[in-house]
Write a new protein. Structure first.
Length: 428
């Protein structure tokens, strides 16, 4: 009987449990519990809270990511103002739920910026702001604030000059057959008015090696400098230029000649003229150089020489030639005191007297004049009267009395004069 009693109790308990499990209240309680568990899990993940060590509810994990070189945008009235002191990039750190942080870092569909609208020209400390980042993510920006200077905007157009590097002392005119062309020739420069007022030069720096192949250098950056050579922080449009040059240069060496004009004073004679160097090199295209056989002589005005001296004379550059090297030469002019010698009763020869005509000298009565020879001592000592010819030319005269000019001929290195510059004659 005891055994049957125990068996009967156990069977009754099992039936009672079955009834409870099958009861709709059991299902409702379990569903409510699962719903509460799911709600708490989502809520805790979004709030980025850590579960305590004694709770049985799971939570979402958190993460932190740092991004460098994040572009910093500027909101400003760019038609009227420019700003200085703004870094190009900043560092941004995101902390929050792993999935949200990962998505934000991957997509980068947010902005980091400073808002300068409404601020007047001057220096301001402004906060760096952000937008487009989910609210469950904490954002740290380094730096948090920056100091900027707002200035009035100005712009100007300037011509681009060229500077060459890599030439090893060679002048560009020795490399280019014609002056290089830069395109565009001018650029527009925009910046703070204080910077625009300081502009000294606008130039593009060209490496000779960039022109070696086809004579074209592309995308050469344009730089703006002040008078002291410091680069200015301005906007340049366009920021690059193209340089084209004719590199088909040739050269030709020619002797340097000179010619004298004017006369030395009576008490001086020319001893010698030396030109250093004696040749010059011309640079240009083959077509131009082939048509040039000699340089234009240097002109030396002897009337300006009062003693032995050295002068610098510029060489004339022929048309079409890019350069002459050297551009100047040294001319040494040596003079000395003149030696004089009087040659008396030198006979006057009559040239171009027609056949059948006779000439009579009236003043002087004889066809004789005195001639003074002036020159260097050694030349005067070696001079013979036969080296000098005195004459008159009557080809332009008809019969009758008239005055004829006395003509003197002698060695090139001897200067001649006579006190009788004209004679009166009669032709019959």
């Amino acid at each position: 009987m005891r055994s049957l009693h125990h068996l009967s109790r156990g069977t009754g308990g099992g039936n009672e449990m079955d009834r409870w499990i099958k009861s709709p209240w059991f299902t409702r309680i379990v569903s409510l519990f699962l719903a509460l568990l799911l709600y708490m899990t989502v809520a805790l993940d979004e709030a980025n809270t850590s579960r305590s060590s004694n709770t049985f509810l799971p939570t979402g994990s958190t993460d932190s990511e740092t991004m460098t070189n994040v572009p910093l945008q500027v909101e400003l009235d760019e038609e009227n103002y420019v700003v200085r002191g703004v870094p190009d990039t900043v560092e941004v750190t995101l902390e929050g739920p792993s999935s949200s942080v990962t998505q934000a870092v991957r997509q980068r569909n947010f902005e980091v910026f400073i808002d300068l609208n409404g601020l007047q020209p001057g220096t301001h400390e402004v906060d760096i702001k952000h937008s487009g980042i989910p609210s469950q993510i904490t954002v740290y920006i380094e730096p948090r604030t920056i100091e900027v200077t707002i200035e009035d905007r100005a712009n100007v157009s300037r011509q681009v000059e060229l500077e060459y590097v890599g030439k090893n002392g060679i002048d560009e005119s020795e490399v280019f057959a014609s002056p290089p062309a830069v395109s565009p020739e001018e650029v527009e420069i925009t910046g703070a008015k204080t910077a625009i007022d300081r502009i000294g030069i606008v130039k593009a720096i060209v490496n000779f090696s960039d022109l070696a192949d086809d004579g074209i250098a592309r995308s050469i950056p344009v730089k703006v400098y002040d008078a002291q050579g410091n680069e200015l922080s301005v906007f340049i449009n366009p920021s690059t230029v193209t340089v084209e040059a004719d590199v088909s240069i040739s050269d030709k060496r020619l002797p340097i000649n000179y010619e004298t004009t004017g006369e030395l004073s009576e008490d001086l004679v020319l001893r010698s003229i030396n030109v250093t160097p004696v040749t010059a090199t011309l640079f240009g295209t083959s077509e131009v150089l082939n048509d040039i056989d000699q340089l234009e002589p240097i002109e030396i005005n002897l009337s300006e020489i009062t003693q032995s001296t050295t002068i610098d004379a510029e060489l004339n550059i022929p048309s079409g030639v890019r350069k002459v090297e050297p551009e100047k030469v040294s001319v040494e002019v040596f003079v000395e005191e003149a030696e004089e010698r009087l040659l008396e009763d030198m006979e006057i020869n009559v040239d171009n007297l027609s056949e059948g005509q006779e000439i009579t000298f009236l003043d002087p009565e004889e066809p004789l004049v005195d001639v003074t020879a002036i020159g260097k001592t050694e030349d005067i000592e070696q001079l013979n009267p036969e080296d000098i010819r005195v004459s008159i030319d009557v080809s332009d005269y008809v019969a009758g009395e008239f005055y004829a000019d006395v003509l003197l001929e002698g060695p090139e290195n001897v200067r001649l004069r006579t006190n009788t510059e004209r004679v009166r004659v009669r032709i019959e």
